[in-house]
Design a protein around this ligand. Structure first.
Ligand code: AQP
Length: 336
């Protein structure tokens, strides 16, 4: 049976992008067909300026939302990254495998460090090295597949490179994983700026649909989405990024292809307004049950605690032998 690993960082409230790009395939497919591990990667949330209480709150909220979205602890393993020491143990060994140049080429590092500097802040060293921690998250479990949105593909590529390099130098220790991207909505864009990704840590929130947004708020955000000049509904990411984004979202919500959806609107001569209205209703219907289930789970915190405790226990047991093997392979003396 294939092993799958993926994670989500508690840097903000989960968004429609997180759901369509990653969580939905974890729920609908991955947990049913593989030995799947899903992780709230809280250590990654410390790579940028953060409020400790907020990270704690968001970590619990992310775990609760993943359960609300349909992760079933009877089918998969859900845990919090910092509860399993093997991640950081392995990260150091992988830092001794990666190069400085590799880290500086990471697009997320370039973008986020530029943002931090522009805001007058300093850039944490961990922002540079966090892709190595992500590699450790994946390699510790011998994952074959990593279901992610498009923005994380480069980090999974780095993970593959590190696994191959380590195996060549020190002997076969790691499985070499591959990224699995959704066919539709692999990169949901900000509704107010359809040329940039809908990101949960962005300061401007008008173009971001959060999973916990009330239905009226969802409708308002989608009805106010920036569209393009012209009026015909066509799926063209370059020429009409705003309309293409709405088509991706609607197609993602309804399990269709954006091209097909566009053809329907165009053959009916429908306007952007109709597309926005239908997209808003599809998203409202998608999120309503998740929000309701989240409210129920919040009333039962001991259930969520139990899931995370058990998940961490299982994860630890799976990761330790691989990390111990990596320590031996790279030349560290086993404890006596
Ligand atoms: N907009 C998106 N469209 C499709 N997939 C997305 N993912 C994230 N945003 C989109 C996928 O969701 C999973 C978890 O994401 P993450 O927590 O690692 O990253 P994030 O939500 O992008 O959070 P950041 O990095 O804190 O946000 P920003 O960009 O605001 O700085 C991943 O599989 C990711 O691909």
């Amino acid at each position: 049976m294939a092993r799958i690993f993926s994670g989500i960082k508690p840097t903000g409230h989960l968004t429609l992008g997180n759901y369509l790009g990653a969580v939905r395939q974890w729920v609908d497919a991955d947990q049913h067909r593989a030995d799947a591990l899903f992780c709230v990667v809280d250590l990654h949330a410390l790579t940028v300026d953060h409020d400790p209480a907020r990270v704690r709150r968001l970590s619990r909220q992310a775990a609760t939302l993943l359960l609300a979205a349909g992760l079933d602890p009877g089918l998969c393993t859900l845990f919090v990254q910092s509860h399993v020491d093997e991640h950081t143990r392995l990260a150091y060994v992988l830092e001794c495998t990666a190069t400085d140049g590799e880290m500086r080429r990471m697009i997320q590092y370039k973008e986020k460090s530029a943002r931090e500097r522009a805001a007058g802040g300093s850039v944490r060293l961990s922002l540079l090295t966090y892709p190595v921690l992500m590699a450790a998250d994946i390699l510790a479990y011998g994952a074959d597949e990593v279901p992610v949105g498009d923005d994380q593909a480069q980090h999974v590529e780095l993970t593959r490179d590190l696994a191959v390099r380590f195996n060549q130098r020190y002997g076969r220790t790691f499985a070499v994983p591959k990224a699995v991207l959704p066919l539709v909505a692999a990169r949901v864009m900000d509704l107010q700026d359809p040329t940039s990704k809908m990101g949960k840590s962005h300061a401007e929130t008008a173009g971001i649909v959060y999973l916990l947004d009330e239905s009226d708020v969802v409708r308002k955000k989608i009805m106010r989405a920036v569209t393009d000049s012209g009026s015909e509904v066509v799926y063209d990411r370059e020429a009409q990024p705003g309309v293409a984004n709405l088509l991706e979202i609607l197609a993602g919500c309804t399990g269709r292809k954006p091209m097909e959806v566009a053809a329907e609107y165009s053959s009916r001569g429908s306007s952007y307004g109709a597309l926005k209205k239908d997209t808003a209703e599809a998203v409202v219907e998608l999120l309503r049950p998740i929000r309701d289930r989240h409210a129920q789970l919040c009333a039962d915190p001991s259930y969520v605690d139990g899931v995370l405790r058990e998940g961490a226990g299982r994860a630890r047991g799976l990761a330790r032998p691989t990390v111990d093997a990596a320590y031996r392979a790279i030349g560290l003396l086993p404890p006596v």
